[in-house]
Design a protein around this ligand. Structure first.
Ligand SMILES: C[S@@+](CC[C@H](N)C(=O)[O-])C[C@H]1O[C@@H](n2cnc3c(N)ncnc32)[C@H](O)[C@@H]1O
Length: 180
């Protein structure tokens, strides 16, 4: 998988190519937390619905759509992120349904059988406390965590029957795959 700005050379044939213009939103795809989420996504059997919580520029949602999840949805509390995800999805020729949602104020998190949540520790703990608006995901990828924060965040989702299946680390950061 090759994540690049729109003005850079596309990936060679056969390599999954994603062009991302973050605009005012978070996410060129280069941050360790995003890379770790992408690696965990690549290790899953794609299929069914996927929800990207805190979609930023849309890189994870777009990658998921290209890998075969369908439908793919994303939420973010920032208008800039919603717009960037919409524009980047269109530029990459995939469908991502994006809406504005504040994970701290709008109640339990929107859900899907596969959920990716690259959020910071306090927000992940808030999501674990508030729970999900519907069925608990079968597969949940969490990141935005410093290595030393990963145990606490993974354990917080134990209350929803989610257990750690894999963990990746890069630089100071970690990402965890939790499954039901
Ligand atoms: C670390 S960035 C991840 C962006 C993108 N998923 C990626 O991996 O590149 C976290 C995202 O969560 C969003 N966010 C922060 N607080 C939020 C909240 N209360 N509700 C919804 N989204 C929030 C931010 O706007 C940001 O886009």
């Amino acid at each position: 998988m090759h994540v690049r700005p729109p003005w850079a050379e596309p990936a060679p044939a056969g390599v999954l190519d994603i062009a991302i213009d973050p605009g005012q939103a978070f996410g060129t795809g280069a941050h360790d937390t995003t890379r770790l989420c992408l690696e965990l996504l690549l290790g899953l059997e794609p299929g069914g619905e996927l929800m990207d919580l805190g979609c930023g520029s849309g890189v994870l949602a777009i990658a998921a759509a290209k890998l075969g999840w369908d439908p793919v949805r994303g939420v973010d509390h920032e208008l800039e992120s919603v717009e960037a995800t919409r524009e980047n999805a269109a530029a990459n020729g995939v469908e991502v349904e994006v809406s504005r949602f504040d994970l701290l104020r709008d109640g339990p998190a929107p859900t899907a059988p596969t959920v990716v949540a690259n959020l910071l520790r306090p927000l992940l703990l808030a999501v674990a406390r508030a729970g999900f608006r519907g069925d608990v995901p079968s597969r949940l990828i969490i990141s935005g965590l410093l290595r030393e924060q990963a145990d606490e965040a993974a354990a917080a989702f134990g209350a929803h029957g989610l257990q750690e299946h894999a963990r990746l680390a890069g630089g100071d950061w970690a990402a965890v795959l939790l499954c039901r």
